[in-house]
Structures are given as C-alpha cells and as structure tokens.
Design a protein around this ligand. Structure first.
Ligand SMILES: NC(=O)c1ccc[n+]([C@@H]2O[C@H](COP(=O)([O-])OP(=O)(O)OC[C@H]3O[C@@H](n4cnc5c(N)ncnc54)[C@H](OP(=O)(O)O)[C@@H]3O)[C@@H](O)[C@H]2O)c1
Length: 264
C-alpha cells in the first residue's frame, strides 16, 4: 500500500466530529498532523453550508445518522464536485438508509471507501436502563451481531482518509467475537460490578418503538428480520481491523471495561 504523506496541505473534513466514531477520527488525524475541519450532520442537509465546508478539502469522513436518505443525493453531489476522497461510515444491517448512500457514492464517480459495521461497541442506548434498572428490554437478545469498537473503526477510517490504496474497498469491520446482545449486557454488568440482564420484548413492541425514529415499516421489518436471523447464524468475525491497522480488534469486554463508568 502506498502511503500518502499526512502533511498534505488540504484539510480533512470530519462530519459528526462530536459523534461516536467522528470524535476519535478528529483526534487521531490531529495527532498525525492533519488539519481537520468539522461539520455537523444537520449541515449535510443544507447544500450551501456543505459547499462552503467542502471547499479545498482533500478527504471527508462522511456519516449519515439520519433516518432516511432524503437530501443525500444533493450532499453526495456536492462532495463529488468538491473533495478528492470520501470515507463513508456505513451499516451492514439492511433496511437502513446507508445502502442508498453507498449507491449514490458509487454513481457519483467520487473516489470512496465504505466502512460497514453491524453495530458499534458503544452501547450507549442501553446506558440509562442499565444505570436505573440493571436491565435492558429489547428484541433479539440471543442475536450475535458482533460489535466493533469505535476506536478501531476510527483507526481504519484514518488510514483510508490519509493513505492511497483503499479506493473502492467495502470493508466489513467487526470485533473478534460475536457475543449475543444478552451476553453483551451481562458483560457490561461484570465490568461495572453490578449485574445487568436482558429482558426480551415481543417483535411488535420493538417495531412500535422503532417507528418513533421516522423509519418506514418496511425498513424496520428488514432490520428486525436481520436481527432474528442472527439468533441461529451469528455474524462471523472479520480480520479487517488487524489487516488494515496492524492491531487486533478490541473485544467487547475491553470496551465495557474502559467505559464502565457510563453504566454505573
Ligand atoms: N451507531 C451504530 O451502531 C452504527 C452502526 C453501523 C453504522 N453506523 C454509522 O455510523 C455513522 C454515525 O452514526 P451514529 O448513529 O453512531 O452517530 P453518532 O456518532 O451518535 O452521531 C454522529 C453525529 O451526528 C449527530 N447526530 C446524531 N443523530 C442525528 C440526527 N438524527 N440528526 C442530525 N444529527 C445527528 C451527532 O451530533 P449531536 O450529538 O450534536 O446531535 C454527532 O455529531 C452513521 O453513518 C451510521 O450509519 C452506526
């Protein structure tokens, strides 16, 4: 792999620099001496703001934490015109808008790399329930989705942003093992020293909850079907984090130990 010099004068644009992965990407780029410019995901929806932020940018870390791909065509169009390279934080779970954005990137002709994950180790959506009740109510406790540590995603993203040789790649990033969702909650309990357990809810209740996020019924069903299928076929681990960064992917237990304070 040919290394592009990281002292390239062009700044790198980080969308969602306060976010789970974006925060680490910004810090790791700055530590490598790369100039960083930031943009909120809301400004992605406004072509004028995006156009201004993208001027003179070499590479962009793109996240799309929006419930639909509406307005994505305009955003991708601006990026394809203005920036040399896009690294997209995507999802390996079907029924989400990321698939449409991957297709837009491919059609736009911009050089890009796709980083897909099943789920982030950052199980912050469980934090409040674990803190207050020592339990998480959810669907598919027996599903093994293989969470990946956001620091490992960030390390791969930084490589793809600053090095040549990743264009066109679709990397599937996972942790080294596939604990079920119920096991993940148990691991968090062990890390905090206060037991935590999974309480299964019916699929219909899960669908109702997810409808509050603005996603369509078909998209929600597709995600729920995927989770159900992971009960009998847990997601296998990939070696991509180690292949790209040279360091083994962190375990979910390591993530939980490092972040136990969030769950106490
Ligand atoms: N979370 C996962 O498990 C997961 C799994 C696979 C792929 N991904 C991908 O990773 C990327 C980041 O997703 P994320 O959910 O984890 O985001 P996140 O890190 O929680 O948030 C990223 C940024 O988006 C902002 N944000 C969050 N929700 C928003 C919304 N609905 N509208 C506008 N701004 C919003 C946050 O700013 P504020 O804090 O200021 O609101 C933050 O700066 C996305 O492209 C997603 O597809 C996530």
């Amino acid at each position: 792999m040919t290394e592009k010099r990281v002292d390239d004068a062009s700044p790198t644009l980080v969308v969602g620099a306060s976010g789970t992965v974006g925060r680490h990407v910004g810090l790791q780029l700055a530590a490598a001496g790369v100039r960083v410019r930031t943009l909120t995901p809301r400004d992605l929806l406004d072509p004028t703001s995006l156009e201004a932020a993208a001027q003179g940018v070499g590479a962009v870390l793109l996240g799309w934490p929006h419930p639909t791909a509406d307005a994505a065509a305009d955003a991708v169009g601006v990026l394809a015109r203005e920036v040399g390279r896009v690294v997209f934080l995507s999802s390996a779970v079907p029924g989400r808008p990321e698939g449409a954005i991957e297709a837009l990137l491919a059609r736009s002709g911009v050089r890009h790399t796709v980083l897909r994950a099943y789920g982030f180790a950052a199980a912050l959506q469980w934090a409040e329930q674990i803190r207050s009740e020592g339990a998480v109510r959810g669907y598919g406790g027996a599903a093994g989705l293989n969470p990946v540590d956001e620091r490992d995603i960030a390390a791969v993203a930084v490589r793809a942003l600053v090095e040549d040789g990743h264009e066109g790649a679709r990397y599937l990033l996972t942790g080294p093992e596939s604990p079920t969702q119920a096991e993940q909650v148990g691991i968090i309990g062990e890390a905090t020293g206060r037991p935590a357990k999974w309480e299964e809810i019916p699929r219909e209740t899960a669908r109702h909850r997810m409808s509050a996020t603005g996603r369509t019924r078909a998209a929600i069903d597709s995600t729920l079907d995927f989770i159900h299928a992971r009960i009998t076929a847990p997601e296998p681990a990939t070696t991509t984090v180690q292949d790209i960064t040279g360091n083994p992917a962190r375990t979910f237990r390591a993530w939980a130990t490092d972040h136990a304070a969030l769950f106490r």
